[in-house]
Every structure is written in C-alpha cells, then in structure tokens.
Design a protein around this ligand. Structure first.
Ligand code: NAD
Length: 479
C-alpha cells in the first residue's frame, strides 16, 4: 500500500458541495490514496471582506499539498471582488490549462460525433494581466502582455502533452496578421518549439477562421494551443459542441502546484436539488489522479464513468429519450459510477492511464539581445485637437536631436498626410525618433516637460527599441 497523496479540497458554492460529495465518494470507492485537507473558498470568504475569496492559510495549504481539487464558486457581482480562479492561477503560477473535449456519441447528443479535441490554454498572460487604465476623458486601455518564456512554456507543454498522450498534431491559433508583436511572438515561438518535435505535426490558423473551423469541423483538430483570451472563449465552445459544458473537466498545471476542476460554474439555480451533473468535476479528478501518479485509479474511475454514460444513466442536462435509459440525480449518478468500477465501456473507447508519464517542461536559457532606444512614442491628452495644427507645433517642440515622425489617433496615422474623415479622440500618439544614434534620456525628459508646458500633457510614453538591430515596435500603415 503506497502512502496517501496529500491534496487540498474546496467544496465551493451553489452546486459545488453536491458535485464534490459525489466525486469524493467515487474516488474513495475506487481506492484513491488521498489525504485530504479541506479549505473554504468563495461566497462565505468574500462575505467576510476578503476581496480574493480565499484566505492566506488556504493558499498555504495549496502550496503545501501542491494539488487542489476545486468545486465551482459563485463570484459576487459588482466591483471590488477579484476572480478567485485568476488569483489562484497567477499566485501559484498555474500556466497551463488543459481541457479535453471529446464527443460521447451516440450517448450524448452532438453534431460532431468524431470530435476529440484537447484545448491547451495559456493561463496567466495576455489581456488577463488586469492592467487597465483610463487615460483621458474618452479613452481606456487594457494591456496585452505576452512574454517569450510564457509562450515557450505553454508551447512546450502542448507538444509534451501531445507526445505523452499519443496525439498526432498541435494547432496554434493567433491573430498575428493584426497583432504582429504579441500574437506574432506566440506564433513564432510555437513554430520554433514545433521544430524540436518532428514526430508531431504542427499548423497555425488565424484565430477567426480557426474558430469558425473548430466550431464547424472539430474532427480536423487534435491538440489546440491558445493564448489566454482565445482559449477562455474557445474551450467553452469546444466543450459545448462536444456535448455539454457540464461534462468537461479541466486541469490548471504549474511547476509546483496544480488545480483540477469542472469547467462550468456554480449554477446557483440548480443548487441543493440533487440535480446537477457531477461529471465535469469527476473528469477533473481523473486528470488529478493521473497527475499524482495514480493512473490505476484514474483508469478505473474514467472507465466506470464512460460505462455509466454508455448505459444511458444520465442527469437531466444530457437526458435524451432517444438514447437515455434512466434519468438520475447527482447522488444516484455517483452510485451508478461506483457500481460500475471495474467495468470498461463496450462502444465508447476505454481509457488506460496506468503508464501515463508526468509532463515536465524545461525552458532553455536564452542570451539577452542588445537593446537600444531609437525613439519614443508620447501619448498626449488633447481634447478637440487638429492634427494639421498639432503637427507643426510638435515638430517645433521636438528638440535638438529628436524629430517628430508622425501623429496617430486610435492607431491611425493622422499627421503627416491625414484625412479629415478619420475620427479623432482626445488621445494622441506622437512618435519622436532620432535620425541616427540613440535617444538621450535627459533629452526625453526635457521633451516631456516642453510638451506639458505647451499644452500637450502626456499620459504615457513607450520607448522605441531595437533588439540586436531589429525594431521592437510596429511600423507602417495604421501604426
Ligand atoms: P454556470 O456554468 O454556473 O451555469 C450555467 C448553466 O449551465 C446553469 O444554469 C445550468 O443550467 C447549467 N449547468 C452548469 N453546470 C451544470 C451541471 N454540473 N449540471 C447541470 N447543469 C449545469 O454559469 P453561470 O450561471 O454563468 O455562473 C454561475 C456562477 O458561477 C457565477 O457566479 C460565476 O461567476 C461562477 N463561475 C465559477 C466558475 C468556477 O468556479 N470555476 C466558473 C464559471 C463560473
């Protein structure tokens, strides 16, 4: 008998306690070797004035056990409350979100009976950095932060996952035809990493047509690698078209700590009625068992669950008179899974996790590139500005070595050679650069002072840098 693995469990809100109870009963009956620490998260914690919905000692428990099985929580409406999921993911560095979305046809209705997609979503970066500012009366901004180590870690995770689970292809989606720096980096790094995995096919789709193709022909995809926002949206689409969001589990993997959950929320309207489908959390728990090296138990639970689904024992959300045999509640569904432990499905494909390896990702060290500043974008707040007046004034203010290159508004160049039809707001980007050499910091500071004095108060600046001589900023049409 191996020693039990310590895990942290939270029962959550709404339907959370019922589906967690059902899941833990199945795990126990299947012989999972677990030592459970229970923590409280969600509504009750928010109500005590904790804006993150989780106490420090609970985070300490997660850091201690390194494994978190979490039921959904209810996030209070209104300002001031932070998403518990985002807090846990970012505090503990849970960078990879893994969501298998297979169809269970013909036992769960779907238009895509051959679908078997795994979404791998980057979990920490992108627009989810939560760095938002109102900069002028008319303009707010949200920063999209994409990092090379972040891209590299998630891309390597996707390829390692594909190898470990005998998947043949990884498809990355991005919008690098528009976001050439951020999505461009994600695409480029995925391509670089793909070159190290010649046994796995790699392809890239622009996210808009890729999303359309995924929703229409999901059989064409295998492992799909996505940034945070696209992944958030498309993993729900994938789970729903596979059958139901109520069926999908999710793993959030970090280097030291990982979190396992259902992808759905706390469905408060269904709470306390013994109606909810516990499948999403059960399949999240299966991912957890594989992660902690209890593949034998994961195999038993997953096959018993597949057998239950195949035998038509269904909760209300997937009940369909043409294929279902018995409509059951949460508790009876768990009982049915327990009764089938040791059985394997006959029509659905059975699973075998016993030898599934743990996925280790190492990001190689990389030499830093030589960085030089050759200009600066100064964003100024000017209501009712006229580019044809502003341009010559800013040229005069530019100073001894800097030159005004252009002014843009909402990313569209308006000076020189603007057209009056372009809608302009009170937020102007003025690009200054040096014809040769590098920018002098003291001169930049002096420029900002001159601009403010002349009625051009700056709201922010962005340095224009080169890295090993390559520009690190966008140029050209619609800058
Ligand atoms: P939801 O996923 O909770 O529910 C949407 C609908 O889906 C429900 O009304 C129900 O009809 C159905 N449903 C969901 N899970 C089901 C299940 N297991 N069995 C049967 N039917 C199920 O989404 P929502 O209503 O937008 O959100 C409710 C609350 O959950 C919100 O407070 C939200 O912030 C929170 N939430 C939490 C998590 C999480 O903790 N991971 C994730 C998403 C939403």
């Amino acid at each position: 008998m191996t020693t039990p693995t310590p895990i942290t469990v939270a029962h959550g809100d709404g339907i959370g306690p019922e589906i967690m109870d059902a899941t833990l009963r199945v795990l126990e009956a299947a012989g999972a070797r677990l030592q459970i620490e229970t923590i409280e998260i969600g509504e009750a914690v928010y109500a005590r004035g904790n804006s993150a919905g989780i106490e420090q000692e609970s985070l300490d428990s997660l850091r201690r056990t390194g494994v978190f099985l979490k039921a959904p929580i209810t996030t209070p409406q209104g300002g001031g409350f932070k998403s518990l999921n985002v807090t846990v993911r970012k505090t503990l560095g849970l960078y990879a979100n893994v969501r298998p979305c297979p169809a269970y046809a013909p036992f769960v209705a779907t238009k895509h009976p051959n679908m078997d997609v795994v979404i791998i979503r980057e979990n920490e970066e992108d627009l989810y950095a939560g760095i938002e500012h109102r900069q002028t009366d008319e303009v707010v901004q949200c920063l999209k932060l994409i990092t090379r180590p972040g891209c590299e870690r998630i891309a390597r995770y996707a390829f390692e996952y594909a190898r470990a689970y005998n998947r043949r292809k990884v498809t990355a989606f991005s919008k690098d035809n528009i976001m050439k720096m951020t999505d461009g980096l994600f695409h480029r790094v995925a391509e670089e990493v793909a070159a190290e995995y010649p046994d796995i096919e790699f392809e890239h789709w622009i996210v808009d047509i890729g999303a359309a193709k995924l929703a229409d022909t999901p059989e064409a995809f295998d492992v799909v690698l996505l940034q945070n926002l696209y992944g958030d949206i498309l993993s729900d689409v994938a789970a729903q078209i596979a059958g139901s969001v109520g069926l999908a589990g999710s793993a959030n993997i970090g280097p030291r700590t990982s979190m396992f959950e259902a992808i759905h929320g706390s469905a408060p309207r269904r709470a306390g009625q013994d109606l909810a489908n516990p499948s999403g959390l059960m399949l999240g728990a299966v991912q957890m068992l594989v992660h902690i090296g209890q593949g034998d138990v994961a195999t038993a639970v997953h096959n018993a669950w597949l057998t239950t689904i195949e035998q038509g024992i269904h909760t209300y959300d997937i009940f369909d008179e043409s294929v279902s045999r018995q409509k059951v509640g949460t508790r009876a569904f768990a009982d049915a899974v327990i009764e089938r432990l040791g059985q394997r499905p006959e029509i659905l494909k059975s699973v075998e996790y016993a030898d599934a390896p743990r996925i280790e990702v190492k990001v190689p060290e990389r030499a830093r590139q030589h960085k030089e500043q050759i200009g600066i974008d100064v964003f100024v707040d000017v209501p009712d500005g006229d580019p044809e007046t502003m341009g010559p004034e800013l040229e005069a203010l530019a100073g001894p070595s800097l030159r005004l290159e252009m002014i843009s508004n909402r990313g569209q160049k308006v000076y020189p050679h603007g057209v009056p039809e372009t809608l302009c707001v009170d937020h102007w980007r003025c690009r200054f650069s040096v014809p040769e050499g590098t920018v002098d910091t003291a001169e930049t500071i002096a420029l900002l002072g001159r601009l403010a004095e002349a009625g051009y108060p700056f709201v922010k600046t962005e340095g224009l840098f080169t890295f090993d001589g390559e520009p690190g900023f966008t140029r050209g049409q619609g800058q």
